[in-house]
Write a protein that binds this ligand. Sequence first.
Ligand code: SF4
Ligand code: SF4
Length: 60
Amino acid sequence: MSLKVLNNRCKGCGICVEFCPKKVLIVNQFEKVEVVIEEECILCRQCEMRCPDFAIFVQK
Ligand code: SF4
Ligand code: SF4
């Protein structure tokens, strides 16, 4: 399993960052979400479920 971000869909709103319980994600200087500590990810899918633009996925 891994995290996949679709940069062309991400608008940098930060909703996924707020809902991630493990602080795995940040919004970078280009206003795109970035995975910073993937090893902390517990695969809860909050980011995937909360993103209004379907820009982040937990991949099997
Ligand atoms: S799956 Fe859960 S822990 Fe992993 S990045 Fe998304 S919100 Fe954070
Ligand atoms: S919720 Fe979606 S659009 Fe907003 S920063 Fe996260 S991945 Fe990007």
